[in-house]
Design a protein around this ligand. Sequence first.
Ligand code: MN
Length: 252
Amino acid sequence: MIILATNDDGVRSPGLRMLATCLGELGEVYVVAPDRNRSAIGHALTLDQPLRAEEIKPKVFAVNGTPTDCVNLGIHGLLPKRPDLVVSGINLGSNLGDDITYSGTVCAALEATLMGLPSFAISLDTRKFTDDQLQVATLFAQDLAVKILKNGLPAETFLNVNVPGGTCRGATLTRQGKRRYGEGVVTNIDPRGRKYYWIGGAGVGFEDIPGSDCNAIDDGLISVTPLHANMTDDNAYRDIERWSFDCVKVED
Ligand code: MN
């Protein structure tokens, strides 16, 4: 049994270290992770420069690339064979609602799914890890890994797991919710007198949607959301099917 562990917070994150340790009880764990924090890098691939993978410890590789690069490189270059499971996390901070397309943590799991491997992402709703929080998250990750290895996951499906930072009252299956973000862009002047902008304001809340990932975390529940890699919207398809598209036709 081979497990690939990665993240977007960087190879030195205690979240990843604890995840790798707990998964080590299930099989042989290879860590392939960015050499620094690449949070909010989404599903980016590095195509314009060579990637280097430094084995900083046995079976622990630091890569000068994105989480998606790490999954690619792990599967196609660094691991002795295809892993049985890919796990991404434990991320410092939740990945709820709209976060999932920005999240390098979630997109690393997505990448594994695109390669036909079962995977999940796991994130902790906290600003600073505590031992208690990490214990809750790692034990859940371990149990979930066992379940996935036993039952498998439907094709092109992976799981996005979020763990509350405070009281944990249980775990529940959820749907992707909707977050609200502060709209402000911070504008300021740098030491050389030039204007700069800082985007990415903190979340200011979420829409109250029963059964959503955001609600679950707010209720102190571990949230497990099945996500599908194919984003085609069937309802929209049926509506838009009635349109007739006009376009210029060109013969080759
Ligand atoms: Mn992160």
